[in-house]
Design a protein around this ligand. Structure first.
Ligand code: PMP
Length: 295
């Protein structure tokens, strides 16, 4: 197999030559934004939504991406084609660019546009069958007035610290609460519960990333006639739920069967989770259309 090619600022580089400056504020300060995207069977899933979220994140940190959205979408497709990938994970990264050793973004120039494509690494297959067991992290999600969780920024330390708590406890994910003690999301996934046939998930106001998989799953559930309620949630809602599942670009829809040592529902993946997991696969492979895209 030929070596992977990485897109940087309009050109493709061999992996070993794909480099940016050590003075880049993306490295020095985590000053930049990113996206994680998937392609299935050569089709990029919800590329426009990912690119829109990327430009919104950039806007929120006062970073101007030096190319229009259409060109960004083309660059993603071209990088995938150059790497001969059909089932891929795509990482889009925009850095503030190289500057001086001070914080001031005005002293930077040349934001870097980077596109990395790779094969996908999912959670182990048995977890889709038996479900994830996770804990609640003590690290709370960033206060929205400090750094909005809606920005997918290159500074992921908040999530990384919670992830470390999870892995130290032997878990692959961890639940994060917000500054009010409400359920927010997991370190890299959104969370849903099923209660008496309805689906509940924290609203964006809880201080979470508006996941693109989350939006797709809400659409799919409503399309299947299941009521979806976005609301304030606390851990009681999870401990006493009938089912729970997580959503994310890499994870897709994965059952979560235990939180803090407490089994959720029957302690096994439930029927609504299985239904949505199946429908999500049909959607990403183009075998299912949604009547109306609501989100
Ligand atoms: N929350 C966080 C903090 C994330 O990093 C991610 C994954 N990027 C998600 C939720 C899920 O979002 P998406 O479905 O767009 O991948």
């Amino acid at each position: 197999m030929s070596s992977p090619k990485v897109y940087i600022g309009g050109k493709l580089y061999e992996k070993a030559d794909a480099k940016v400056s050590v003075f880049d504020h993306g490295l020095l300060y985590g000053d930049g934004v990113f996206e994680g995207i998937r392609s299935y069977n050569g089709r990029v899933f919800r590329l426009k939504q990912h690119v829109d979220r990327l430009y919104e994140s950039a806007r929120a940190i006062h970073l101007v991406i030096p190319m229009p959205r259409e060109e960004m979408m083309r660059a993603v497709e071209e990088t995938l084609a150059a790497n001969n990938l059909t089932e891929a994970y795509i990482r889009l990264v925009i850095t503030r660019g190289a500057g001086s050793l001070g914080l001031d973004p005005r002293k930077t120039s040349d934001p870097q546009v980077i596109i990395i494509t790779d094969s996908i690494s999912l959670y182990p297959a048995e977890l889709y069958e038996h479900g994830l067991k996770i804990i609640t992290a003590g690290t709370i999600r960033n206060h929205p007035a400090a750094l909005s969780p809606r920005i997918k920024s290159l500074n992921y330390l908040n999530n990384i610290l919670a992830k470390i708590e999870g892995t130290n406890a032997g878990c692959l994910e961890a639940l994060m609460l917000n500054h009010k003690g409400e359920v927010a999301e997991c370190t890299g996934d959104n969370i849903f519960v099923v209660r008496r046939g309805e689906i509940h998930t924290p609203s964006i106001d809880a201080g979470i990333l508006e996941g693109i998989t989350r939006d797709a799953v809400i659409d799919l559930a409503r399309d299947a006639g299941i009521r979806v309620i976005e609301r304030t949630m606390d851990r009681h809602d999870i401990y006493t739920a009938d089912e729970c599942f997580l959503t994310g670009t890499a994870a897709e829809v994965i059952p979560m069967v235990e939180l803090d040592g407490r089994p959720i529902g029957s302690g096994k993946p439930g029927p609504v989770t299985k239904l949505l997991h199946g429908r999500f696969h049909e959607l990403v492979r183009g075998d299912r259309q949604l009547a109306e895209l609501t989100s």
